[in-house]
Design a protein around this ligand. Structure first.
Ligand code: EPZ
Length: 424
């Protein structure tokens, strides 16, 4: 397994090009199942999770022409219902590596009347149930059965329904929007997730001919249509990648332009960067972040969008270790998203966790160490810690990082970090 080696102490300065958003690309590639004909996506991030989604779509009978180096992906779904059992099924060996595989369920049922997905099971950060996805599909008339670790969903033609989500679930809303796009009649999703990636999916579905309104607000209305047309689309930039590099600039007293970042997707992140003393300014090419001479303590509570994103919690914890004083971080979305804490502790961070709350007593310089990546954003936080720790830090199991960050070491080296990947 590869590892990443970071020498601490560099001040980051220059420009980092932000890649397409992972959490927009995954639902969009799944949405390509809906129209008859080939859709083409540009600005597709070169990530392990995107490659996995491509593999899954091929398994489902799609023609997938992926050109990762050109950030292009063309997907042509099968014209007729996929042949045989396995062709409408997302198998365990794929789903266990990427929970977002569940995003093919809505499109499969909507387009072919049948979808079968291995239950995603838990992952490092939590149980990750899909009950809201299934509640919505049932409300639309689907027959849902759970057996042998798979969820099997079938319905000749879904019908519009009124759905109130118990929690604002991002992929749950995305699955239900895609299913409702081809249902007969109107679907209303209340307590909907408001993430920019949900809005992006609605925009692309409407480009395909769907009739969706309210995306980005808690109430999304979908008037079902009979068929959708294939499209071409450039994927929005990744606000979490941008936020991760913004923290890198903030903790190294850096001055970095996040090229292509969309400030309007990052309000909560920008507000907390400024509270920590960073200077953040929108520029024609993106977002510029300058780190303060002294980082200030910040309190964080993760919330559904537009609140502070859970996917930025681990990264801000590194920022908090640098601030003289105490920062209180509360993780309200996932039940086990503090696995970076013991690893940061090995680098000398003083963090105590009680239930959902982590108290960070910052101000002491971290020291480099060998640390273990456990999940995508935790591994990003360990790389950030390595940028400011004294000496060398080795981050092991970087396959976690490769799921969601395109060439992170190249991008950081490009702004002056002493960082390299060591092949296993
Ligand atoms: C999406 O996951 C993102 N993944 C996650 O990013 C992100 O952390 C998460 O949203 C929250 O913003 C993708 O978009 C591919 P949820 P998702 O359903 O959709 C509960 C990353 O690092 N819930 O919004 O799986 C759930 O347990 C990844 O890029 C139910 O109870 O998250 C959680 O507590 C990690 N029942 C909360 O809702 C359901 O049916 C939010 O989960 C669904 C969710």
């Amino acid at each position: 397994m590869d590892k990443i080696v970071v020498e601490g102490g560099s001040r980051l300065a220059g420009e980092i090009k932000i890649s397409g958003a992972k959490n927009a690309a995954l639902p969009l590639l799944a949405a390509a199942l809906l129209p008859s004909g080939a859709s083409t996506f540009r600005n597709v991030p070169r990530l392990q999770d995107v490659a996995t989604m491509g593999k899954l779509l091929r398994h489902l009978g799609c023609e997938v022409d992926a050109q990762p180096a050109k950030h292009l992906c063309r997907i042509e779904p099968p014209a007729k219902p996929p042949r045989g059992k396995s062709h409408y099924e997302a198998p365990y060996q794929l789903v266990k590596t990427m929970r977002a595989s569940v995003l093919v369920l809505g499109p499969l049922v909507a387009r072919y009347g049948h979808g079968r997905v291995s239950l995603p099971g838990g992952c490092a950060i939590g149980a990750r149930p899909i009950d809201q996805h299934l509640k919505g599909l049932t409300a639309m008339g689907a027959k849902v059965t759970l057996e042998h670790g798979y969820v099997d969903v079938s319905c000749k033609r879904l019908k519009g329904a009124s759905i109130v989500c118990d929690v604002p679930t991002v992929t749950g809303c995305e699955n239900l929007m895609m299913a409702a796009a081809l249902a007969r009649g109107r679907t209303v999703i209340e307590n909907a997730a408001r993430e920019p990636e949900v809005e992006e999916l609605a925009l692309v579905l409407n480009k395909m001919g769907a009739r969706i309104s309210g995306a980005g607000t808690p109430i999304i209305t979908i008037e079902g249509v009979d068929e959708l047309q294939p499209i071409e689309h450039a994927i929005i930039p990744d606000r979490i990648e941008a936020g991760t590099f913004a923290v890198a600039a903030a903790i190294t007293r850096g001055d970095v332009l996040l090229e292509g970042a969309r400030p309007e997707h990052m309000d909560a992140i920008v507000a907390k960067l400024r509270a920590a003393g960073a200077t953040v300014t929108a520029e024609a090419g993106g977002l510029r972040v300058r780190g303060p001479a002294e980082v200030l303590p910040v309190d964080i509570t993760t919330q559904p969008h537009p609140g502070f994103p859970t996917d930025m919690q681990a990264q801000f914890m590194v920022l908090a270790t640098m601030a003289k004083g105490q920062s209180v971080i509360k993780e309200t979305i996932f039940e086990n998203r503090y696995m970076h804490v013991p690893e940061l502790g090995r680098m000398g961070a003083d963090i105590t966790v009680s239930g959902q709350v982590a108290s960070v007593r910052g101000g002491k310089k971290l020291s480099g160490a060998s640390v273990m990546a456990t999940d995508l954003r935790a591994s990003a936080s360990l790389v950030l810690a390595g940028l400011v720790a004294g000496g060398k830090t080795e981050v092991l199991r970087v396959y976690h990082l490769d799921r969601g960050y395109e060439a992170i070491e190249k991008k950081l080296r490009g702004v002056g970090a002493k960082i390299k990947r060591v092949k296993a």
